[in-house]
Design a protein around this ligand. Structure first.
Ligand SMILES: NC(=O)C1=CN([C@@H]2O[C@H](COP(=O)(O)OP(=O)(O)OC[C@H]3O[C@@H](n4cnc5c(N)ncnc54)[C@H](O)[C@@H]3O)[C@@H](O)[C@H]2O)C=CC1
Ligand SMILES: CC(C)CC(=O)C(=O)O
Length: 365
């Protein structure tokens, strides 16, 4: 892999390799763009098949965070970490503390949080070494686990997308297929169940499936059967690249609205679903609830204020759909425009982020 070529492609600022033999830490921090502020994005722990896969994932996810934070109106840039390892077997305290010291070494250019495979407890361990971590335990004045708030944002965005497709935002009686019923999707299913939706779920983790079946009367299907279900809405809530050449022909849903990052395998897949008349709620718009929630810590956390902002993701999805219709472009391009225009506007008045001591993480306990 030609690393600098990969960085040049989307103008990444920095790629940091973190290695600590004692703890087994192997992490990659990707900082895409700090025009709007310090790069905020979660740390994903995953068993990557190759180091190149890990780098590619870190880069893709970091760029996604630049767009997510910009479109959500946050004064934050985009970054992300991948930690190479099995979150069920390879975690230890020294690992997260070593990672925390690497973050501290970046002096505020990157702020971390949870992502797939990491938890509030992990963030608390990182917090012993650095203040540049969010989503730590509420006892530190923090916002805790972002997943339920992400779920609320997805629920709100899904309703806005449903309104476009079906003429009403009520989800009562709708059939919704959910891929992955982990932290975010469990709470999402709760909202959907409470509104009277019918749920079809899948997960590679059988106990996650059982929980959704028991708690919400969901119907369980095999992982590869989820795309072809007779559903009104498909909610991808596992990993990325699931909208691709193999899955698109199977889809029957008229709406795609879920929490997973980087759902389109390639941009052309966004064009394809647009041509098929599927209403696609762009991933980084609809799943911004978590980052909106953790970013609120930078102002001294208020759950009420954060939830109000997350509720408004309904309006952001409506706005993206209206730009898409006005300009005759797919929603993923409309979303990109929203984000890019904000970054361009701010770039005129502000250059590369420099630590200016204005955010208040350092005042927490
Ligand atoms: N947690 C959060 O606040 C946010 C999460 N996201 C994204 O939402 C997605 C889900 O995140 P979480 O719920 O936090 O993660 P999680 O790890 O709790 O849940 C993901 C679930 O997907 C399952 N899964 C993995 N591969 C699968 C496959 N091929 N088929 C079916 N199930 C599969 C896993 O077993 C797991 O239960 C991820 O893409 C994440 O990056 C995005 C924004 C915020
Ligand atoms: C707080 C995190 C959930 C932010 C993040 O990494 C994401 O939105 O993907």
């Amino acid at each position: 892999m030609e690393i600098f070529k990969s960085l040049e492609k989307y103008d990444y600022e920095q790629l940091v390799f973190c290695q600590d033999e004692t703890s087994g830490l192997k992490a990659i921090i990707a900082i895409h763009d700090t025009t709007l502020g310090p790069a905020l994005g979660g740390a994903r722990m995953w068993t990557y098949a190759t180091e190149e896969d890990a780098i590619v994932d870190a880069l893709r996810l970091a760029r996604g965070m630049t767009y997510k934070n910009a479109a959500a109106g946050l004064n934050l840039g985009g970054g992300k970490t991948v930690i190479i390892g099995d979150p069920l077997k390879d975690k230890n305290e020294e690992m997260f503390r070593a990672f925390g010291r690497f973050i501290q070494g970046l002096n505020g250019r990157y702020i971390t949080a949870e992502d797939v495979g990491t938890t509030v407890a992990d963030m608390d361990m990182i917090h012993t070494e650095t203040d540049y971590v969010t989503g730590i335990s509420p006892e530190f004045g923090s916002s805790g686990n972002p997943s339920p708030v992400t779920a609320y944002g997805v629920y709100r965005g899904m309703k806005a997308a449903a309104k476009e497709a079906f003429g009403t935002d009520s989800l009562e009686g709708r059939t919704i297929s959910v891929q992955g019923v982990g932290n975010v999707a469990y709470t999402l299913c709760k909202y959907l169940h409470e509104e009277g939706a019918r749920l079809i779920v899948t997960d590679i983790n059988k106990s996650a499936v059982e929980r959704a079946v028991n708690d919400f009367g969901a119907i369980a299907v095999e992982a590869d059967e989820i795309y072809s279900q007779e559903a009104d809405i498909f909610a991808p809530c596992a990993l990325g690249a699931i909208i691709n050449d193999e899955t698109i022909p199977q889809l029957k849903a008229r709406v795609i609205a879920g929490s997973a990052n980087n759902q389109l395998k390639e941009e052309r897949h966004g064009d394809l679903i647009h041509e098929l008349g599927i209403v696609y709620a762009p991933d980084y718009i609809i799943n911004a609830g978590g980052v909106i929630n953790v970013a609120d810590e930078l102002n001294g956390y208020s759950h009420e204020r954060a939830m109000k902002k997350v509720e408004a993701l309904y309006d952001t999805i409506e706005k993206v759909i209206s730009i898409s219709k006005r300009d005759g472009i797919p929603t993923y391009i409309a979303a990109d425009r929203l984000a890019e225009e904000r970054i361009a506007r701010m770039a005129k008045s502000r250059g590369q982020f420099l630590q200016n001591g204005k955010h208040s993480l350092s005042s927490r306990g």
